[in-house]
Design a protein around this ligand. Structure first.
Ligand SMILES: Cc1ncc(COP(=O)(O)O)c(C=O)c1O
Length: 487
């Protein structure tokens, strides 16, 4: 095995210590993988021109710390399962600790390193009301595979760089037509820039429109991944509360609007409360934005899942003054790893956004764009959405019924008219952490809404995602939750 290890006789750290650190680093950064065999002490000593005792000393320390394991008669291996605490020390951290000459970070890198966030731990209970989970088992994989295979064999054009920097034109045409029929968005295909999901769209908006110190109005509570992108670009967040009709637009009057550049909203299905921005407030918001020379960033991520009233037209479709940038995604209606989303921008910004997207990552994969185009044009997208809407509607009804049956007047249900999660307010004497702990002891995972608020106080609000569960599991989960809260 070719192990690149550098030892320095000139420095005053013993060689066995240096070798130990080098090997440890190699394991932590994944250059040596779990179960991979190490060279014998003899051959490593020979290749590094050091004594075998030095190698043995280093191996012994790594064995005692759980990085390596030795198998009698076979040799020394990287442990199949590295202890958690070892894996949690990030490679960068290790490199910087061991390296006396730390890597110089850019302004962006520095800022990011000071605002790092912990990734949300997954809820691992047997019944987990996890946010953002979909019933992916209902995705028509056979059809998708058939289309992939057809386009894959039809020509080799998809292998090359794309000629169209905004994204595959037939797909943009199909999206423009779809948006016009389903969301009353008014745009030409020329206004659409295909992106790697909503997340890249948000990042591009930040790069092009926001400087450090610029203000962005955000809904409170609101979408964490958007806020994190905004903060990574050193925007200043101006939280505005939401109620059952969405963002309370009149509260904008209380803000100092001089540095405000953008209002980020999820009007069709406020994240996470589930409220829907009323038509009156939409018009009020558009007027305010126009008056204060602010742009509106409309994140329309899952409005297809709407149960009940007819959808209210997108802000973009109501706008008369090119004040709205609209973002859509296929993450919720198809599957998140597809990584296809889109921006609809005012005509004056098209060229700039196209350049920025190209500089970032050139283009989206062509084959998936071709398949998606046919999927939309042949009507598969809309029939899949209809099927999934009815599936999620049944789950939602089961959840609401179970909550009412088992928790009665101890629960207030919010935002049940759309999406694949609901928010609940529980009347209980336990604080949020205690509720989660009790639920978890009963085998039920749920999330507090607290992290989504900028002012993180205990409100007894929880988010229940139900997309990947079945009716029986939902009913059982709520029954167990109610019992756990009674004890
Ligand atoms: C508010 C909101 N916007 C957008 C998305 C989708 O993001 P992406 O398109 O990057 O997968 C989500 C997914 O959970 C979301 O909750």
């Amino acid at each position: 095995m070719d192990l690149t290890i550098t030892l320095d006789n000139q420095i005053d750290r013993p060689l066995h210590q240096q070798l130990y650190e080098e090997l440890r680093q190699t394991i932590l950064t994944g250059r040596l993988l779990p179960r991979q065999k190490l060279p014998s002490t003899r051959s490593l000593a020979q290749s590094l021109h050091i004594s075998r005792t030095t190698v043995t000393q280093s191996y012994d320390r790594l064995l005692s710390e759980g990085y390596l394991e030795s198998i009698v008669g076979s040799g020394t291996y990287v442990c199949a399962q590295l202890p958690d605490e070892l894996l949690h020390s990030s490679p960068v951290e290790t490199e910087q600790t061991l390296n006396s000459d730390p890597i110089h970070l850019s302004c962006y890198g520095n800022h990011l390193s000071q605002t790092l966030f912990a990734l949300q731990p997954k809820l691992e209970q047997p019944i987990s009301f996890r946010l953002g989970q979909l019933a992916l088992q209902h995705f028509p994989i056979a059809l998708w595979r058939k289309l992939l295979s057809r386009y894959c064999l039809a020509s080799s054009d998809w292998l090359d760089y794309a000629a169209d920097f905004q994204g595959y034109l037939p797909l943009r045409q199909a999206i423009a037509a779809y948006l016009s029929r389903s969301r009353a968005v008014q745009c030409t295909p020329q206004q659409i820039i295909l992106t790697n999901g909503t997340q890249q769209a948000l990042d591009l908006v930040m790069r092009l429109l926001i400087d450090a110190g610029d203000g962005i109005v955000v809904e409170d509570p609101g979408y964490l991944s958007a806020r994190r992108v905004f903060l990574s670009h050193q925007a200043v967040l101006a939280p505005v509360p939401v109620d059952e009709s969405g963002l309370i637009v009149e509260k904008l009057a209380g803000l100092d609007s001089t540095s405000l550049k953008l209002v980020y909203v999820t009007p069709s299905h406020q994240f996470p409360t589930g409220s829907i921005l009323s038509l009156a407030r939409r018009l009020e918001l558009l007027a305010w934005a126009h008056q204060h020379h602010c742009l509106i960033l409309e994140d329309d991520y899952d409005s297809e899942y709407r149960y009940g009233d007819r959808p209210i037209p997108a802000l973009q479709g109501l706008d008369q003054s090119n004040s709205v940038i609209y973002i859509g995604t296929f993450s919720k209606v198809l599957f998140p790893s597809l990584r296809i989303g889109y921006l609809v921008v005012p005509p004056s910004l098209v060229f700039l956004f196209t350049q920025a997207k190209w500089l970032c990552d050139r283009q989206l994969p062509m084959l998936e764009q071709q398949v998606l185009t046919e999927f939309i044009e042949a009507g598969h997208l809309e029939s899949h959405i209809r099927r999934m809407r009815s599936h999620y509607d049944q789950l939602r009804q089961t959840l609401v019924k179970a909550l009412k049956t088992h928790l009665g007047d101890r629960v207030v249900i919010l935002g049940e008219q759309a999406g694949i999660h609901i928010m609940v307010k529980l009347q209980t004497s336990w604080n949020d952490a205690e509720v989660i702990q009790r639920a978890s002891e009963a085998g039920v995972g749920l999330e507090s809404a607290q992290p989504y608020y900028l002012q993180g106080i205990d409100r007894g609000e929880f988010i229940l995602g139900y997309g990947d569960l079945d009716s029986e599991t939902i009913a059982m989960g709520i029954d167990r939750l109610a019992q756990a809260l009674e004890k």
